[in-house]
Design a protein around this ligand. Sequence first.
Ligand SMILES: O=c1ccn([C@H]2C[C@H](O)[C@@H](COP(=O)(O)OP(=O)(O)OP(=O)(O)O)O2)c(=O)[nH]1
Ligand SMILES: [Mg+2]
Length: 148
Amino acid sequence: MKLDVKILDARLHGQLPQYATAGSAGLDLRAMLEQPLALEPGQVELIPTGLAIHLEDPGYAALILPRSGLGHKQGLVLGNLVGLIDSDYQGQLMVSAWNRSSQTVQIAPLDRIAQLVIVPVVQASLNIVQEFVASERGAGGYGSTGKQ
Ligand SMILES: O=c1ccn([C@H]2C[C@H](O)[C@@H](COP(=O)(O)OP(=O)(O)OP(=O)(O)O)O2)c(=O)[nH]1
Ligand SMILES: [Mg+2]
């Protein structure tokens, strides 16, 4: 698909987000900081990405997700766990960077700190009923099918 993108920070010219490999699902997002940031254990900061997107089609959304290496090894994840970008949002993409570890995480300007994945979305129209058509599972959940 073609995606309308605004570059809000001139440092991104020549450093546009890209899919790292032909099969990559995510576009890496950079921390457009003015100076290095030492994120202390437990600290959360909203970091600008210098980018705005307009998906336009309500059949799409974008998700901001952690990068696995940073999230698993350094504990740099997202304060909102997952960022959901609506198809009609036109503001700057922001990353809620949360250091869930017990060590300080250093973030330098332009570091790739998260990734953006575009996903299809279905908007439901709600059909109010008194009873559901019976299913095999019914209301069973929370491990009701066992471990093996
Ligand atoms: O990590 C994020 C999450 C959201 N957003 C932007 C895009 C999204 O479309 C908008 C609103 O997000 P959301 O609907 O999740 O937040 P809300 O608290 O429900 O705010 P609103 O009342 O504006 O919908 O904020 C980001 O830039 N980064
Ligand atoms: Mg909302």
